[in-house]
Design a protein around this ligand. Structure first.
Ligand code: PLP
Length: 404
């Protein structure tokens, strides 16, 4: 049957929990995409910080094809070579001794939170179950992770939230100090808050959390689902801060577009997750792990990581140029190629309107809240694509309404 799906079919066949843009991309190469009608777009969104090597990167395509012809799935009743190779690579590249694989960021965080609770339970006692997190944080959409996340709109209307979770203010060490005590099993934090507005953690805040965790026998969990895997110009953001967590979660760019999540930790903590304590049918799937190994090996190259800072400099210079022209941003912030541009009061909450205007100009963008434009492009985006994309952003902003 010859049938071409259209945007209206989303409303017809899919739950209304998303409201996607009108165009349907069908092909991508590098930082460019083409829709059903052949219109071309520059991609500054990167699938929400996922397509860290752009679209159809040859190393990832090759890994997927090669593995696809060998072995797709086994379950965790058996181990497999790609999972073991990826685990070894992650252990050798980071503080971690052990890795658990899942299929998404939310699942990696769910595992991290369960591990922290179980560790405290087994080493201290059931009373040590408090989790300290931060307002505006985002950790996923499972019931545990959405409850630990610091955005009430995501738990509203879903019934009683799990207990033992409290929230402090991000980048406010005193507010964390008031919450962490002997009953705290974990402090969970994004080194750079992504969804909450693209806000980098202060170095003093993150090192202060490390000290607080140590002083109270709590585990420090870094959620690097969005800011990890090269995005800040370091393989993981913690490396740039010089603050080492007990547990780190990774996803998004780890698979470069193929779904995978990972939770990394030390031997000491890992020990409590004995056989049967936690699991996932697909976690450690050979296809995902083969692609992720190619992604992490490519992104981990010194020239790729160094290129992140160079490209970030061009993004910021272009945003400064646009701001000089329109006086539209109150602040441009972020780290590496995770950049947020917050509209000033003249432009207000026009994030979503800008997304729609940008699509008309051939540019894919993200928002992080109502008034922050978010840029999470490929880490290897060519300079010409950055400049052309910024010209399109300029044209999109030109169509917005501004208060005088
Ligand atoms: N943690 C952070 C910091 C994220 O940004 C996200 C997704 O945006 C998640 C967790 C959830 O990841 P996933 O959507 O893969 O479950």
């Amino acid at each position: 049957m010859d049938w071409t799906p259209a945007r209206d079919d989303f409303d017809r066949y899919m739950l209304p929990n998303y409201n996607p843009q009108g165009v349907i991309p069908v092909r991508g190469e590098g930082s460019r995409l083409w829709d059903q009608g052949g219109e071309e777009y520059i991609d500054f969104a990167g699938g929400i910080a996922v397509n860290a090597l752009g679209h159809a990167h040859p190393a990832l395509v090759n890994a997927l094809k090669t593995q696809g012809e060998q072995l797709w799935h086994l379950s965790n009743v058996y181990t497999n070579e790609p999972a073991l190779r990826l685990a070894k690579a992650l252990v050798e590249a980071t503080f971690a001794d052990k890795v658990f694989f899942a299929n998404s960021g939310g699942e990696a965080n769910e595992a991290a939170l369960k591990l922290a609770r179980r560790y405290a339970h087994d080493t201290t006692g059931a009373h040590k179950n408090k989790i300290v997190s931060f307002r505006r944080s985002f950790h996923g959409r499972t019931w545990f992770t959405v409850s630990v996340g610091g955005q009430e709109k995501y738990t509203q209307g879903f019934g009683p939230v799990p207990g033992g979770i409290v929230h402090g203010d991000y980048n406010d060490l005193e507010s964390a100090r008031a919450l962490v005590d002997g009953d705290t099993c974990a402090i969970m934090v994004e080194p750079v808050q992504g969804e909450g507005g693209v806000t980098p953690g202060d170095a003093d805040f993150l090192s202060g959390l490390r000290e607080l965790a140590d002083a109270h026998g709590a585990l420090l969990i870094f959620d690097e689902v969005q800011c990890g895997v090269g995005r800040t110009g370091h393989l993981y953001a913690y490396m740039g801060y010089g603050v080492t967590p007990d547990i780190l979660t990774s996803a998004k760019a780890l698979g470069g577009g193929f779904p995978i999540g990972a939770m990394l930790t030390t031997d000491r903590v890992a020990e409590v997750f004995g056989a049967g304590t936690h699991g996932s049918t697909y976690g450690g799937n050979p296809l995902a792990c083969a692609v992720a190994l190619a992604a992490i090996e490519t992104i981990g190259r010194p020239e790729v990581l160094a290129g992140v800072q160079e490209r970030a400099g061009i993004f910021r210079a272009e945003l400064a140029r646009i701001n000089a022209k329109y006086d539209c941003f109150a602040e441009v912030r972020g780290q590496g190629l995770l950049i947020g541009a917050e509209f000033n009061a003249r432009y207000g909450e026009q994030g979503r309107a800008t997304l729609a205007a940008a699509i008309k100009q051939g540019l894919m963008l993200l928002v992080a809240g109502p008034n922050v434009l978010r840029f999470a492009p490929s880490l290897v985006i060519p300079e010409t694509d950055i400049r052309e994309g910024m010209a399109r952003l300029d044209a999109a902003i030109d169509t917005l309404d501004a208060a005088s």
